[in-house]
Every structure is written in structure tokens, then in C-alpha cells.
Design a protein around this ligand. Structure first.
Ligand code: URA
Length: 476
């Protein structure tokens, strides 16, 4: 008798498990089964004998997680192999531990391919914003072509990571949607979506910034970021040109080496491995501000932070408490960062100038912006913080931070939302300072701008966290 269980495109694993349990618990031989996937073949072979009623049976605890992965495989014979191993596990509970067994080896290799495909999907999905005017949640969409049927396996990852926005991921066979906190999936044939939006430019600038021609390893890069993913990556069309120009750029860098600020900065970074101590900063006499302040305020955050947020200088509250962004501007920053999905405790937060500059007026201390020479005198401490933290992305809040980081403090509103390069060669996303929101008549727009920029930084950091493509070729 031949059985032909037909597995649906969604719920594949549950269907395989139910059918396999019914068949294996009744001792049905693997040669009597033709596993088919829902689709054309299903209607051809879907007329097999009715499945027998399942009897109780047990399997080794590692079998089901492995089966869940392998069920997503497109490799011919994967479901059959799984069933054969299941049958053999019944008489040998330790079978999966026997890595010399050929069938176990094949199964483990199939599972490894699935994990790799999931890893690529985590790394290379690029969301494009499609929020309609007036929507209260931001909306994003993405197109991806996985090698295997991994959409169900991966949905939980994207749901956890992007829980605070609505999104859709469309693949050639499945549409996954997360709307208003609810996940849904539909087996729906789709053609490739052509998507583009403003974040494409950010990705391209970011990638061009972090691309270090001197560290170019084309083989490593292509094995991490195979060409087939390029068409869906906004930054990918830069790659051929960047590779083509790499040799000339390296040659140019070698020629320019003695006078290039980033090279000089790199050498300084190597000599300054520890983050600066507040007492050392407080003792600094490179500019006069410190003489007036209660204490210096150094940055806070984990050494491993990937995101660094740089403000202007401590205010009255920060000067008294010794911690950055704890006063009114800090409260605004906290609330917008939270809305943008940034966990403040995971970011490194600091200011371009480490002492509070003010003018006494009666009992009050009135904030004064630091001038260029004070910003530049204080840069040594920021340099030391950057060298220790090595962030993947820096957000500059306002003109002072932009000046300190990039050497250019002009016209923030024309630059905000864009990525520039720090003196160390790291990507800097320019934004507005939260205290401007407190002071400006245009506070609603400034708030929206800061929210948008912090959301962007969070999306970039999230994507980079699962993206190994940048590590082999960059200096971050
Ligand atoms: N503004 C800043 O730039 N930094 C602080 O720590 C507080 C306010």
C-alpha cells in the first residue's frame, strides 16, 4: 500500500509530524510513503491510501527541533530522510548522537543549510517605509527570496525585533504581515516587489562610509553576501564600483597617509584603549570651562554598545549629578528614544563637551553654547570614548556634536537625517538636539525629526547586529 501525505506550504512541520506519527507508530515502511508538498504534485499523488490512526510513540528530545528545521528544506528527499531517521530512532534513542551515521550526517547538514538561510534572511531583509499620512504606526515592507521554506521559522525573529511597527515581508510563496501587534501568514504567490524609499540613500551612504578598500577581501565578502542577495540590497549597486576603485583608493591612501586625519586619528585610537575617567576630564585645562563647573560628565553605556549618541554639553542637572542627559533634555531624549525602540541602557550616551558652560544670573546658571575652540579642546575625550566603544553608528544631536564629530557645525536642519563621516571615518547620523524641542516654536516638527532619526538609527543597528557582511571588510 502507498501513502502520499500532502504537506501544506504553511503548517508544513505540523502536517509532517502528524502524518509521520500516524505512519511510524503503525510501523509503515519509508518505501511505502511518497511525501509531497502542496501544489501541482499534490494533486497528482494526493490519492494515496488514508493514513492509519496514530498510536502513542516517543521520540528522542532532539528529534523534533531537528525535524522542524529539516521540514523547511527544499532539498529533494528531505521529508523522506527525516522519516527514515524517525523510524530508526524508535529502536535507538541515541541515534542522533551518532555523527558517524550517514543518514544523521545528511540530516544535520540539511538543518545547517536551513539555519544558514535563516541567518541570511535576518541579515539581508531591508525594510522600506510605506507609512501613509496620518497613520499612527510606521509601516514597512520588504521583499526577500529565501532558498528554503523558512518563512514560518523566521517570523518570530522579526516579530520580536520589530514589535513596535507594522511590517510585511513578501517572498515568492508566502506573505507575512505584522499589523497592530498581530502576525499573520498567507501562502500567496508573489512577483518580485520593486521597492525604494529614502532609507535606501542612508544605507548606501552608510555602506560607502564603512567600506574600507584596504581591507577588501572579495571572496570573504561574496561568501557572506552572495550575489543573489544584491538585487534586494539598496547598498549593493555600490559594490562593483567600490571594488573596482579599491586598488586605486588603497594606492591613494598610501600616498596620502602622512597627512590624512583619519589615519592620524587611528593611531591616536590605538594608543587610547580605555574610556576616560571623569576625574581626569575634570582636571583638564585645555579650555577655561572646567574651572567653573562642578564636575566633568563623561559618557555612560556598555563598552559593547553599537550605537553612540552624542549631545552638546552637560546642563545644570548633569553638572550636579555627574551623569549625561538626566535633566529636561534627557527626559525628552528618553521618551523619543523609547518611542523609536531604542533601549537607552544599550546605547553609549555622551556629550561633545564634558563641562557645563554657563553664565551666573542671580541664583540661576544660564546655559552658554561652547565655542569652536572649546569644542575642539574637548575632542580628545570624545576621541577616547569612540576608541573604546567603537560604535557601528554615531548619532550627533545638534550642531555642537556635529562639529565635534565631523569638523562641520553648520546648518543642522539641512543636514539632519543624513549620514556623514566622523574624523575617525565612522558613520554619523546627523540629528537635532532634544533641548531645541524645548525651546523652539517649531517643536512638533523637531520632535518628529528626532524621532525619525532615532528610529532610523535603531533600524540600522538592528540590521547590522545580524549582518556579518560588514565585519570582514571594514574597520568597525
Ligand atoms: N545636553 C547635552 O548635550 N548633554 C547632556 O548631558 C545634557 C543636555
Amino acid at each position: 500500500m502507498i501513502y502520499a501525505p500532502c504537506l501544506p506550504r504553511l503548517g508544513t512541520f505540523d502536517a509532517w509530524r502528524d502524518a509521520a506519527r500516524a505512519l511510524a507508530s503503525n510501523g509503515v515502511d519509508a518505501d511505502q510513503i511518497e511525501w509531497t508538498m502542496d501544489g501541482a504534485e499534490c494533486s497528482l499523488f494526493g490519492s494515496g491510501a488514508a493514513l492509519p490512526a496514530a498510536q502513542s510513540m516517543t521520540v528522542p528530545k532532539d528529534f523534533l527541533p531537528l525535524a522542524k528545521l529539516v521540514c523547511a528544506s527544499r532539498t529533494t528527499g528531505a521529508h523522506d530522510l527525516l522519516y527514515r531517521v524517525l523510524l530508526r530512532c524508535r529502536g535507538n534513542a541515541a541515534l542522533l548522537d551518532n555523527r558517524a551515521d550517514t543518514e544523521v550526517q545528511k540530516l544535520v547538514a540539511l538543518a545547517k543549510n536551513i539555519r544558514r538561510d535563516m541567518h541570511k534572511m535576518k541579515a539581508f531583509v531591508r525594510f522600506r517605509e510605506v507609512t501613509p499620512k496620518g497613520a499612527n504606526r510606521r509601516q514597512f515592507i520588504s521583499w526577500f527570496e529565501p532558498d528554503h521554506r523558512i518563512e514560518e521559522l523566521i517570523a518570530g525573529f522579526f516579530t520580536r525585533r520589530f514589535a513596535d511597527m507594522d511590517w510585511g515581508i513578501v517572498t515568492p510563496e508566502v506573505t507575512t504581515k505584522f499589523e497592530g501587534g498581530f502576525l499573520s501568514q498567507e501562502a500567496l504567490p508573489s512577483d518580485r516587489l520593486n521597492l525604494s524609499d529614502a532609507t535606501e540613500d542612508l544605507w548606501r551612504t552608510y555602506y560607502a562610509n564603512i567600506f574600507n578598500p584596504a581591507r577588501l577581501k572579495i571572496k570573504a565578502m561574496q561568501s557572506e553576501m552572495p550575489k543573489k542577495y544584491w538585487k534586494n540590497l539598496p547598498e549593493a549597486d555600490l559594490i562593483p564600483d567600490l571594488i573596482a576603485q579599491a586598488e586605486t583608493r588603497v594606492h591613494q591612501m598610501q600616498q596620502d597617509a602622512p597627512t590624512l586625519p583619519p589615519m592620524r586619528a587611528e593611531r591616536i585610537l590605538e594608543r587610547l584603549p580605555a574610556r576616560p575617567k571623569a576625574e581626569n576630564i575634570h582636571a583638564c585645562t585645555r579650555c577655561p570651562i572646567g574651572a567653573q563647573a562642578t564636575q566633568a560628565v563623561a559618557g555612560v553605556g556598555p563598552d559593547a554598545a553599537r550605537l553612540m549618541i552624542v549631545g552638546e554639553q552637560p546642563g545644570d542637572h548633569e553638572d550636579l549629578s555627574g551623569k549625561p542627559f538626566v535633566g529636561p533634555a534627557g527626559q525628552i531624549l528618553d521618551s523619543i528614544a523609547r518611542e523609536a525602540g531604542i533601549d537607552r541602557s544599550a546605547a553609549y550616551i555622551t556629550s561633545a563637551v564634558k563641562h557645563f558652560k554657563f553664565k551666573p544670573r542671580g541664583k540661576r546658571r544660564i546655559h552658554q553654547s561652547p565655542n569652536r575652540s572649546e569644542i575642539s579642546a574637548c575632542r580628545v575625550w570624545l576621541t577616547q570614548e569612540i576608541a573604546t566603544i567603537k560604535p557601528a553608528l554615531i548619532v550627533a544631536l545638534g550642531a555642537t556634536a556635529a562639529q565635534a564629530l565631523t569638523g562641520n557645525g553648520t546648518q543642522i536642519m539641512a543636514r539632519r537625517g543624513k549620514i556623514e563621516t566622523s574624523l575617525e571615518g565612522l558613520p554619523v547620523l546627523i540629528s537635532v538636539h532634544p533641548s531645541a524641542i524645548l525651546r523652539s516654536p517649531d517643536s512638533a516638527n523637531l520632535r518628529a525629526a528626532l524621532l525619525e532619526d532615532l528610529s532610523t538609527s535603531r533600524i540600522m543597528i538592528d540590521a547590522l547586529e545580524s549582518d556579518t557582511t560588514v565585519t570582514p571588510i571594514t574597520s568597525i
